[in-house]
Design a binder for this molecule. Sequence first.
Ligand SMILES: Nc1ncnc2c1ncn2[C@@H]1O[C@H](COP(=O)(O)OP(=O)(O)O)[C@@H](O)[C@H]1O
Ligand SMILES: [Mg+2]
Length: 241
Amino acid sequence: MSSTDRVLSVAGLKVSFGKAQVLDGIDLHVDRGECLAVVGPNGAGKTTLLRALSRLNESTSTSIEFDGKPLPDSAYATVMAGLVHCPERRRLFPGLTIRDNLELGARRLRKQPDTKAEDLERVFSLFPKLKERASQSAGTLSGGEQQQCAIGRSLMGRPTLLLLDEPTLGLSVGVKEAIIGSIQTIKDAGTTMLLVEQDVNFAFRCADRVIVLEHGQVAREGPTAQIAADPYVKQAYLGVA
Ligand SMILES: Nc1ncnc2c1ncn2[C@@H]1O[C@H](COP(=O)(O)OP(=O)(O)O)[C@@H](O)[C@H]1O
Ligand SMILES: [Mg+2]
């Protein structure tokens, strides 16, 4: 595999908060065009992993290579390099309009202003509700629409790698299905993704490969079909005896 096909390569990633070691030596990789899902129980360290990759948490590691180079040290430089984080619980600016929230995501490409209109149209065709309500403040959106807006904002930066943290958290079944459909569309269009999910069935539907994270360590790793057929995973995560 050439280095350009490997978008992210992480070795020995550790995070601790005071005396609590939350990530205890994580190795993982993501190849161009694939979706790697990280699943695991509440508190396993999934959000901490994504925040470490986007340099929002202090971490140590043997190495982290992103898009053929060492991952930058600062959160700002990481986004500018193309690693874009769609955070848990959306984190929109509720007082700004939907259009303004989306356009904030385009900052990474500010030297190419002509791409903004094209990217906005792409987001609006994926999420037509956002187009209808573009001038409304983001705080007036439903939970599902806010999630659409957060995903749309991330896409505006044309991510080389999109980190998605629990995009279906707290949504009703129908709304969740719509979000899953749009994530599959984004993947089919060629976006490389690292998807964190507590909903294992959803993760299995989108992912090419899966990591099961437990207590800050990789408990299982492999192609989705292999992980879905693993007796331990079936019993612990899918409720199959
Ligand atoms: N800023 C922080 N300070 C102290 N502990 C934290 C902090 N962030 C997360 N943790 C702890 O790290 C563990 C993993 O949290 P998190 O990564 O949010 O898990 P997950 O996303 O898998 O539910 C939890 O025990 C959590 O309480
Ligand atoms: Mg989390």
